[in-house]
Design a protein around this ligand. Structure first.
Ligand code: GDP
Length: 427
């Protein structure tokens, strides 16, 4: 049976902890999209880790971890991450890297940085990890697959073609130094040795695992708002963040996906450019307070350290996010963070051109939306670590019930702290 765990919002919903919990019960954990441009925070007996490219089953010896064909594979970052976890005492993970995954190249990172520099004030707030140039090249069919590394004649033919196009761009558009194809070729052969032990045919592996009725977890990165088709275009990422894309990026049969667990936080947070519409945003002192209290160490990016924008729970965006993810259940995280508030605003509608709607609009209209808030009573107490739903204060339970009714999908998990055991199974 295949389960997917994905984000309902802008990413950073707290998927890491829930994924870690579900990973433990899985046989296979697969990353199917994105690259090392976002991070999960996982806290376990080995310490506190920010995983960027390794699947979350990396800490369990019984799990096969897969980097699927849909991932943007930065081999250097994968090598660094493997070294960093084994350096902290974690046994080397059981990992298969798809031979069909494409390589995120140093020139993708350069191009990403050059383009953000060129855009200046109009920049997208990219993490400059090379993701947008990588996926552009994939769809332009100039990408290099892992398998190409092991076919030197093919690599010798494909690499210069890709570099030729980059050099035209680098010279004439960005006025930057040219790439040397021979140096790049040599460095790829060195990096090839790092992944050689892990490379495999993940398509056959996954289809066999499905046939054998193994428990397979698709691990999503970022969230629905960042999907290039159904998110807030153009402030999205460049790979599909939806559970449905697991069928492509992990080669899982669509009919095998039985469960989609959508993660959302009890408030909102969003990284990226200030120009992105973020309707339920809280700014000023109230925003600073929520940011400092949020997550396990405040709301700052796991990959970049950038302060995240924060807001109240956005029921309009979250219901839409859960819908496009095809959620079968919802995990609500960070409920403990809100214990300091007398009253908690929840965004229940958007006012656009004088009309109130609870349907999430297309991006062109979203920029004109103003939040409509409903105030819910706070519970004014520390609920951190509570594991029994009945022990939550009545107002905290009412808050969860209210969100559930607005989202229209059962909230089955409520997280009351960053640690693994701080979770309520709501049934
Ligand atoms: P992801 O990008 O969705 O995987 O987000 P992360 O896993 O990085 O989670 C964001 C932050 O929230 C991390 O600092 C987590 O440790 C923290 N976190 C997750 N769940 C909870 C929770 O229930 N309460 C609190 N206070 N922090 C949490």
């Amino acid at each position: 049976m295949v389960k997917a765990i994905v984000g309902a919002n802008w990413g950073d919903e707290g998927k890491g902890k829930i994924t870690d919990m579900l990973a433990e019960e899985s046989d296979v954990v697969i990353r199917f999209q994105g690259g090392a441009n976002a991070g999960h925070t996982i806290i376990n007996e080995y310490g506190r880790f920010a995983l960027h490219i390794l699947p979350s089953g990396a800490f369990y010896p019984h799990i096969t971890n897969i980097i699927g064909n849909g991932v943007a594979l930065d081999i250097q970052k994968l090598a660094d991450e493997l070294n960093s976890i084994t350096g902290q005492g974690v046994p080397a993970p059981n990992l298969i890297v798809s031979e069909r995954a494409q390589l995120l190249m140093p020139y993708h990172i350069l191009q990403d940085a050059y383009e953000e520099e060129r855009l200046g004030g109009r920049a997208f707030g990219s993490t400059k990890s090379g993701i947008a140039p990588f996926y552009s090249d994939k769809y332009a069919k100039t990408g290099i697959q892992v398998a190409d590394l092991f076919d030197e004649a093919r690599l010798r033919e494909r690499l210069p073609r890709a570099v030729e196009m980059k050099n035209i761009l680098f010279q004439h558009m960005y006025h930057k130094p040219l790439l040397n194809v021979d140096e790049l070729y040599d460095s790829l052969l060195t990096l090839r040795e790092v992944i050689r032990p892990y490379v495999g045919d993940t398509v056959s592996f996954i289809h066999n695992a499905v046939k054998e009725n193994k428990t397979i977890l698709l691990e999503g990165q970022l969230g629905a708002m960042k999907d290039p088709d159904l998110g807030i275009c153009p402030m999205t990422t460049s790979s599909h963040t939806l559970a449905g894309f697991g069928c492509v990026g992990a080669a899982v049969p669509p009919t095998a996906v039985e469960d989609v667990i959508c993660v959302t936080k009890a408030y909102s947070s969003c990284v990226g450019a200030k120009t992105e519409p973020f309707i339920s945003e809280v700014t000023g002192e109230a925003g600073d307070e929520l940011r400092m209290r949020g997550g396990d160490k405040g709301e700052f990016g796991a990959t970049t350290g950038r302060p995240r924008r924060v807001g109240w729970f956005d029921a309009v965006a979250t219901r839409y996010g859960c819908t496009v993810q095809g959620a079968t259940q919802v995990a609500l995280t960070c409920l403990d963070v809100l214990g300091y508030l007398d009253e908690i605003p929840v965004c229940v509608g958007y006012e656009i051109d004088g009309e109130v709607t609870d349907t999430f609009p297309a991006p062109a209209k979203l920029g004109r939306a103003k939040p409509v808030f409903e105030l819910l009573p706070g519970w004014k107490s520390d609920i951190r670590g509570i594991t029994d739903y009945a022990k939550l204060p009545a107002n905290a339970r009412s808050y969860v019930d209210f969100l559930e009714a607005r989202i229209g999908c059962p909230i089955t998990l409520v997280s009351t702290g960053p640690e693994r055991h701080e979770i309520i199974h709501r049934g």
